[in-house]
Design a protein around this ligand. Sequence first.
Ligand code: GLA
Length: 393
Amino acid sequence: MRIEEMGQQFADIFSKPAERVFFAPGRINLIGEHTDYNGGHVFPLAITFGTYALAAKREDRRLRFYSANFSERGIVEGSLDELDYKEEDGWTNYPKGMTKLMQEAGCAINTGYDVLFYGNIPNGAGLSSSASIEMATGVMLEGLFSLNIDRIEMVKIGQRVENHYIGVNSGIMDQFVIGMGKTGAAIWLDCETLHYEYAPIELPNASIVIMNTNKRRELASSKYNERRSECEEALRRLQKRMDVKSLGELTPDRFEQNKAVISDAVLEKRARHAVYENARTIEALNKLKEGNVEAVGRLMNQSHASLEQDYEVTGKELDTLVHTAWKQPGVIGARMTGAGFGGCAIAIVNNENIESFVSEVGKRYEEECGIRAEFYMAHIGGGARELVKEEIG
Ligand code: GLA
């Protein structure tokens, strides 16, 4: 849907024009998976798919939410005086949670608002639609109420909404890249210190293709939490022998020298993934700076193998997509992206091979898994922001 049409819908639904238009992207992660909550590095980028928020301030304390994606639900009413989580409030818990936690952080949000959200991130694809709506709400509140809030502070509030309000124990990666993304660049982030660096992604003659398994992500959050606690347990055992604060602090060498103390095969595999994946993510930045895209592709392939065998978060659908992608001509690297258990994978593919890549991988995947995959070109866009006139058209 075009922004003009969203504006028309807003006017029809709320009987007044929208005052401002805000946007927050979705994300993919090049490499550095399941490393954020282990104190390691990640290497994500913001894409041009995302969540639009058209909004106008009110004089009273009412909140009116409307999603153009769930139009059958109509307007969902709320109030600044009732911001607690309620299951029956569904998707509006995200903007409600953001409003509540920003208020608690000292933001003066004194009146209500009307907002229409529209998202074009493929549904349930693991491209961070929830962090996107959190950050879209964040920049909307910042704009409507002229707040003076540090962007990294807003990112941390977004993560707190996810962890303590919604109840998903995720790391900082998604909100960080969505809040801080930059056109044409990925963000290399140290999740322990939040030190970060923008790395321009220049792919001469190649593009990043997103491959959607279209598989529902079942049990994703319980399995996610299980992996987190397995890593925490492995760390506790390592701490008996060594002074270490997080798995992200360990080089592969130090890990190999001390791993015996873990004395459990499964926990050892989980920790091995976290340690080696972090090392790969550090190396990926160096290779990218040298312009060695082939080496980055090889690291991505290793990342997938480790997520498949050691971390066990891939599953038949992601493995079929990625293994088939590896065999195609012109593929520089391919791996799952995001939490796993369904969702999306990415591949770097030479431009001249993309057409045959999409048809061949799509065909094989449907034969093997009985589901149609979808393919999108990833364009690296900017982070959460108010859209200026030129962007609105
Ligand atoms: C999800 C979480 C992130 C991160 C990834 C795995 O996207 O929200 O914090 O842990 O999974 O890398």
